[in-house]
Design a protein around this ligand. Structure first.
Ligand code: OGA
Ligand code: MN
Length: 291
């Protein structure tokens, strides 16, 4: 079966028109993976896929990444789906979701970051709550060669507190202890060269420092690179409708949610695929996949 695919922008994104059950038909998940590598974001407008097909599609596209820290005790969560919503009063859960409002790459606590994420819109937000994507491969390619050579030598520290401390005016020792228990500082190369020949700058909200630089110098570099990668020409911003499905290629992108009030009623269902490629970081694999 030939996929019906239409690019959204020259750099990023494609619309796929298919019936939910056809997405798991023989050969189709493999075609979707190819399209995902090429376009980085696949949008299935108002496909209204059931959780059952959603889980089957996830399994057909790769190995599912299980997360413990995001289990909110709901029925959906019991099925192995991360429910992204702000209607429950769970601090850990709420923090993770609020932290999504800053540009980031998922899985920076692993040497093999997650490959892709499937996000299904159960209830579109009444206000705000778009999702943004920035193409890191395109942003890297557009850098001048001498700049690339300088950046290739650097290492970057990532931790959860670099992101979540921004939600608090005065984070406490207990806050830091809670965040560090999930994801304390690890070092990655600043430039992740991938087998495809593409490269991703490992920046975003969890990037904390550049090894060997002062805090201020490292921060300034990280801010400059983030600004470069998130220019309009490298980004696509999706406004959700009920029933939309987006699959995004985590290891070649930054992504974020745009802020929305709790009252917007936004509910998303998410599954994640394990990655297959190491950044080269030396991070011991933790017993429980927390995040
Ligand atoms: C995620 C994420 C953004 C959103 O699921 O990893 O960052 O818009 N989500 O919900
Ligand atoms: Mn994310």
């Amino acid at each position: 079966m030939a996929l019906d695919i239409e690019p959204i922008t020259p750099f990023l994104g494609a619309i796929v028109r298919i019936a939910p059950e056809d997405s798991i038909a023989n050969g189709v998940p493999g075609q979707l993976l190819d399209a995902l590598e090429r376009h980085k974001v696949l949008l299935f407008p108002q496909i209204h896929m059931s959780d059952e097909i959603f889980l089957k599609l996830t399994a057909a596209m790769g190995e599912k990444h299980e997360v413990a820290a995001t289990d909110d005790g709901s029925e959906v969560s019991g099925k192995g789906i991360f429910r992204i919503a702000r209607d429950k009063d769970d601090r850990t859960q709420r923090e993770f979701i609020l932290g999504n409002d800053f540009w980031h790459m998922d899985g920076m606590n692993y040497s093999v970051p997650v490959k892709a994420t499937l996000l299904k819109c159960e209830k579109a937000p009444a206000e705000g709550g778009d999702t943004g994507f920035a193409n890191l491969h395109a942003a890297w390619d557009a850098l001048p060669d001498d700049r690339k050579r300088q950046l290739e030598k650097l290492k970057v520290g990532h931790c959860l507190s670099a992101c979540l401390r921004r939600l608090h005016e005065h984070p406490t020792k207990e806050d830091f202890a809670r965040w560090d228990a999930v994801f304390s500082r690890v070092e990655h190369p600043l430039v992740w060269k991938q087998q495809s020949g593409n490269a991703s700058l490992l920046i975003g909200s969890t990037a904390n420092d550049i090894a060997g630089m002062s805090e201020a110098e490292g921060r300034a570099l990280l801010d400059e690179l983030l600004e470069w990668c998130t220019q309009d020409r490298f980004t696509y911003r999706h406004k959700w409708s009920d029933g939309d499905l987006v699959i995004f290629y985590n290891s070649g992108l930054l992504h974020k949610s745009y802020p929305y009030p709790d009252s917007a009623g936004r509910v998303m269902h998410r599954t994640t695929l394990k990655g297959t490629e190491s950044t080269g970081a030396e991070i011991p694999e933790s017993a429980a996949a927390l995040y």
